[in-house]
Unconditional design. Structure first.
Length: 290
């Protein structure tokens, strides 16, 4: 193993990173398996000692999720129902040990097409805060991941937080995942769905609600998770009970570009994406999802 740095402040970490390229490390739940060795090649920048990178804070503008916030932290956080899909995904990222170690920032930077954390954060309109020794910038999550294992991060930059705007926490949401077994599995297909409903002045009966806004995201069916803007727009204004049946399967399939591999072929993934989206919409409408 090469040099190992464990700074206690973000500024210290950025100064170290500005001097030489190195591998940022936090939970290492993806980093170690990808290394395929007993030790990480150095130099390594250990981010686990930087307190300001971990935790969830709420402000008038929204929520800030620090980059080294773990999935267990997400599970135990007090967040509105719009975040239920992110909490669902936190249950699915792996075993309890993985949830205690794996981080939100690491899940994004790993840039896997099947990353469970990305679809819910896309549906929450998340922005990624990036810092270097020379400044900071905010990048929409949809523009942050540019391909399989690729992001917009430049040399000397770190992801320090994810920001979710206050309005995106509205509504109710679901995350559903299809794998070869129930737990500890890479997604064949995953979906995140968030629906904001409007009701009559005196009623909150789901049978009378209509969709004011809809967010639909599919993971593991393209090089990057995909937000389905066209399919979303077609559902706005419809009764909640009609959303699942009204979902345009053709628009969903046209927006995706899945691969065929040992876990599933492309046609199966497309069918599964439509099925999971409809199931999530039906559940959010208070139906049984069948």
């Amino acid at each position: 193993m090469g040099e190992h740095f464990r700074p206690e402040t973000l500024n210290e970490a950025l100064d170290i990173l500005a001097r030489q390229p190195m591998t940022p490390a936090a939970g290492c739940t993806d980093l170690f398996p990808a290394t395929e060795a007993q030790t990480l090649p150095g130099p390594v920048l250990d981010l686990t000692g930087i307190a300001e990178l971990r935790g969830i804070t709420s402000t008038a503008q929204g929520w800030r999720i620090g980059a080294t916030t773990t999935w267990a932290d997400i599970l135990h956080a007090e967040l509105p129902p719009g975040f239920d899909m992110l909490r669902d995904a936190a249950h699915e990222v792996g075993s309890v040990q993985i949830q205690n170690a794996g981080t939100v920032g690491g899940n994004l930077c790993n840039a896997s097409p099947a990353a469970d954390g990305v679809p819910p954060l896309l549906a929450l309109e998340a922005q990624v805060e990036i810092a270097s020794a020379t400044g900071r910038r905010l990048v929409p999550l949809g523009a942050f991941i540019t391909g399989v294992r690729r992001t917009v991060l430049a040399p000397g930059e770190l992801v320090v937080a994810v920001h979710v705007p206050r309005a995106a926490g509205a509504g109710h949401s679901r995350f559903l995942k299809l794998g070869s077994r129930r737990y500890l599995v890479i997604s064949i297909v995953s979906v995140a769905v968030r629906v904001v409903a409007r009701y009559g002045r005196e009623s909150h009966d789901a049978r009378e609600g209509r969709a004011e806004s809809v967010a639909l995201v599919v993971g593991a069916c393209s090089p990057v998770p995909v937000r389905l803007r066209e399919a979303e727009a077609a559902l706005v204004g419809l009764p909640l009970a009609d959303l699942a049946g009204a979902l345009d399967a053709g628009a969903v399939r046209a927006a995706l570009s899945p691969i065929s591999d040992m876990r599933a072929d492309a046609a199966y993934r497309l069918d599964a994406a439509v099925m999971l989206l409809r199931r999530a919409l039906a559940e959010l409408a208070g139906e049984d999802g069948q």
